[in-house]
Ligand binder design. Sequence first.
Ligand code: ATP
Ligand code: MG
Length: 363
Amino acid sequence: MEKKRIILTGDRPTGRLHIGHYVGSLRRRIELQDAGDYSKMFVFIADAQALTDNIDNPEKVRQNVIEVALDYLACGLDPGRVTLFIQSQIPELCELSFYYMDLVTVSRLQRNPTVKTEIQMRNFETSIPVGFFTYPISQAADITAFKATTVPAGEDQEPMLEQAREIVRRFNYIYGETLVEPEILLPDNAACLRLPGTDGKAKMSKSLGNSIYLAETADEVQKKIMNMYTDPGHLRVQDPGKIEGNTVFTYLDAFSRPEHFGRYLPEYVDLEELKAHYRRGGLGDVKVKRFLNAIMQETLEPIRERRKEFSRDIPAIYEMLRKGCEVAQAAAADTLDEVKRAMKINYFDDKELIEEQAKRFGN
Ligand code: ATP
Ligand code: MG
């Protein structure tokens, strides 16, 4: 099979990774890695982007780089097949961002729906850091530096990819075919596009304190599940319940597989039958939550164990990341060279330019 896809994704080191990341992007990355149908795959820790809204808290970002790296390894990303790197160590990305800034207008950034929501979420109001405001541009640099064709990500990233494509099209139009237009690869299960938080809020997010983390102990996971938001109108077991907006069922949509019923809830054939019973009335939240807990424990247990193993040798993880940064930097430097050539800012490599001007000046 022809291998030409280049895959790239990343996460902000603002906390450990949660089950929203898992279903939104991580699980897909492992599948892609294992399928092997690509020429290169890059996964990076976006520390420079995390600093755009944590500038006064560098220690948080610094401490979470290793947490995210551990989550990656625990989930099964294999540094032998995937280049894992840290964004801030690739200066070429800053240079690309700087040139891309000329291709985007302020009003276009203001209209970016992700930027809008994230500004609201962080209560920035009028004091938005310029770096935060322009992070879609820096994301376009991250993607295009590696000529990524495919970006596995959650739905919230769609406007970012659109922005990146616009930058690519404009660059190529002005300077000639140089950059590659990326595509988002969304989860194929609707519940995973934007997994809600345990509080039922729109999105599970590290910054909202409504997350179940991959590294959490079995007890903590169980406690969070038992306290989860369900249908506030479902007061007594016999009452009919709602599935829509019921977080426990959304998580079941995201995580349950047919074999889980045989193993943990054999009185139902599948999720549809369970949902039908809940809608009819006569099925209590506790029973559904216990079922979800069994599934989550089964899913998270191996991740937790592998994480513990990897955490025994932290220096080895930094060494792996350092090597990844070298590989990534070489790739980004190649693209930056092409960009500079296309933009005609490669003075010293351009013998023709020097000769032609020398002639013109009579040397
Ligand atoms: P922060 O609050 O710091 O922005 P976050 O939890 O939103 O953190 P990111 O690092 O911004 O996490 O996102 C990393 C990746 O995980 C992106 O591809 C994003 O689409 C995906 N993702 C994050 N949260 C969810 C979610 N709740 N459901 C599905 N995908 C998600
Ligand atoms: Mg985010």
